[in-house]
Design a protein around this ligand. Structure first.
Ligand SMILES: OC[C@H]1O[C@H](O[C@H]2O[C@H](CO)[C@@H](O)[C@H](O)[C@H]2O)[C@H](O)[C@@H](O)[C@@H]1O
Length: 586
């Protein structure tokens, strides 16, 4: 199945991907970053899958599907020769245990249905021991167990369970799948129909707080719901995406685990939420941050686990074939140990934005921010791996330096605007020194453009952020020149690459190419409107909106070679700039 054939459901602690054909191919429990119990996405049904749909062997795609209003409750409908059936998939807000509910409703006529479930723990490796008892299937393997309440008897078939049944107009039946630690007694049953009402109410109430009033409201609200679904409710952490190893290059090696909290992706997510009236998420994330980074400033990492875990060792899972053969499948992320100086600017900017949007002051937060600033003062002039987390040699990336400027700029504003205490003259002086150095070393006067790193000839789409973060005003000829250079040199089929994907490109240190990076394309739309080219900005923005799948979701990239979404899915880094660009264009 294509990546865009999936829809997301989740309970703000984990999430599942539901295919157009009624197959759940991805679900990690109990947390986003736990091992999967349905992992067919990165292999096949024998790595875990739960299919439910009209019987007949073909597993056809749903005739239509949608979220129920502004919620994360998914509805898929199949019109068949004998009638229409609806399957409602959702994960209720977490109580004691994670539940996944599938309700089957007869819409008209009578439809023959079937289901097949392959439960596999530990990323498809553990075939559990299974017992059936009075309408309940209980699977156990190592630390994991699941209880499946089925309204129809399940037959054992190989290492799977299946059932066939009939549903007629007006009937409804529910399957409830509950994860549970295997050493504990059976979980308490839930009422799936009450949970459906509760889940819809929760999402609708959350959306009703949204202050966004501009155009493209449906796309913005769907993005905000998706971002909220990527927050980890117990701690306030935010994951970059709920998947690992969906390839940036189909069949290639650019497969990474995104089920962690990047300071960059999380602060950008917060900015979008804060701008849309959501302050509680900012409060929760700040509390998460203070716990996660507690300790010495020099030990700050660019990403953490959802509860602030620091060790995220990157390992490969050789038993998984990978999405369409894209191997290796990785868990953990080696970028955790990189130096990425931009994150200091992103944290300072986001904290400043939340304070000016009404978040109450916190003394501990300011004292930690001061430590971070001291780190920037000592290290801003070092080469780093940059926001693209390159696996090639460190460089003086222009974007990293610009974000160090942002860190100091917001520090100065904390003092000047918010009345905090700090060595403002020293910060101001360094801010201006960094500014001067960037304009001197990262600007190519012959081509009238900033470049990817000091002394390089290459371009980089992160340069589009120069006017957006306020480093230079949009009317500055160097800004206009840089935007035009990006349009000339980094656009493929109307979308923007992160950096040139040349044959001998040694910048990212990885073999293979990749698609257009969606965030960069949204940044271009925002930059274009800032320099007064609104019509072209709207055109690009609408072209980007057209890439969303049928339920409004975006992966990390779009590959024009195959006209397909690629990379992890759905990706916060794509939905955040969608929200910002809509606001800017509106
Ligand atoms: O391209 C190589 C790197 O790719 C991933 O990083 C990307 O995803 C991150 C999470 O959304 C994002 O913060 C970063 O800007 C992107 O480049 C991967 O996580 C890295 O391990 C890998 O080196």
């Amino acid at each position: 199945m294509r990546i865009e054939d999936y829809a997301l459901i989740g309970d703000m602690q984990s999430a599942a991907l539901v295919g157009r054909n009624g197959s759940i191919d991805w679900l990690c429990l109990p947390r986003f970053d736990s091992p999967s119990c349905f992992g067919a996405l990165l292999g096949d049904e024998d790595n875990g899958q739960w299919w439910l749909g009209p019987a007949g062997g073909e597993r056809p795609p749903a005739t239509r599907r949608r979220y129920r209003g502004d919620t994360l409750v998914l509805e898929s409908e199949w019109d068949t020769g004998t009638g229409t059936v609806r399957v409602i998939d959702f994960m209720p807000p977490r109580q004691a245990n994670p539940d996944l509910v599938r309700i089957v409703e007869g819409v008209s006529g009578t439809v023959e249905m079937a289901t097949e479930i392959h439960i596999r723990f530990d990323y498809g490796r553990i075939v559990p021991w299974v017992r059936r008892d009075d309408g309940v299937l209980h699977a156990v393997g190592g630390p994991d167990s699941v209880w499946l309440h089925s309204p129809v008897p399940l037959r054992h078939h190989g290492y799977a369970h299946e059932a066939s049944f009939r549903i007629s107009e007006g009937e409804r039946m529910a399957f409830v799948f509950t994860w549970h630690p295997s050493h504990e007694p059976a979980p308490v049953d839930i009422d799936p129909f009450e949970e459906l009402t509760g889940t819809e109410t929760l999402w609708s109430e959350w959306v009703s707080q949204c202050t966004y009033k501009g155009p493209w409201r449906d796309a913005v609200v769907r993005s905000l719901i998706t971002l909220k679904a990527l927050t980890y409710a117990p701690t306030g952490g935010i994951v970059a995406a709920p998947t690992t190893s969906l390839p940036e290059d189909l069949g290639g090696v650019r497969n990474w685990d995104y089920r962690y909290c990047w300071l960059r992706d999380a602060t950008m997510t917060l900015d979008a939420l804060i701008d849309s009236g959501y302050l509680q998420e900012a409060r929760d994330w700040r509390a998460w941050l203070l716990r996660a980074i507690a300790g010495r400033a020099e030990d700050l990492q660019i990403m953490y686990g959802v509860a602030g875990e620091r060790r995220l060792p990157e390992t490969e899972l050789p038993w998984l074939a990978g999405y369409e053969g894209s191997r290796p499948v990785r868990i953990g992320n080696g970028a955790v140990n990189q130096l990425q100086l931009d994150v200091y600017g992103e944290v300072m900017n986001s904290m400043y934005m939340s304070r000016t949007s009404g978040l109450e002051a916190d003394k501990r937060a300011w004292s930690i921010q001061r430590q971070l600033l001291a780190y920037v003062e000592a290290h801003w002039d070092e080469p780093d791996e940059g926001l693209w987390e390159v696996r090639g040699p460190r460089r003086h990336f222009t974007h990293s330096k610009v974000m160090c400027w942002v860190a100091l700029d917001r520090a100065v504003k904390y003092v000047e605007v918010l009345g905090h205490e700090g060595p403002v003259d020293r910060w101001r002086e360094l801010r201006d020194r960094i500014h001067a150095e960037i304009c001197d070393k990262a600007y190519d006067p012959d081509r009238n453009t900033f470049t990817q790193s000091y002394g390089s000839q290459e371009l980089d789409a992160s340069l589009l952020l120069i006017p957006i973060v306020g480093f230079l005003p949009p009317e500055d000829p160097r800004v206009v020149g840089t935007i035009e250079a990006v349009e000339r040199e980094l656009m493929v089929d109307g979308f923007v690459l992160r950096y040139p994907m040349a044959r001998d490109n040694d910048v990212d240190g990885l073999p293979g190419g990749e698609g257009a990076f969606l965030a960069c394309s949204f940044w271009l739309a925002e930059a274009l409107v800032m320099i007064g080219r609104r019509e072209e900005a709207v055109e690009l923005f609408e072209r980007l909106l057209a890439l969303r799948n049928d339920v409004g979701l975006l992966a990390e990239e779009y590959d024009p070679r195959y006209d397909r979404q690629v990379g992890n899915f759905p990706q916060a880094f794509s939905h955040v700039p969608l929200v910002h660009a809509a606001r800017a264009l509106g």
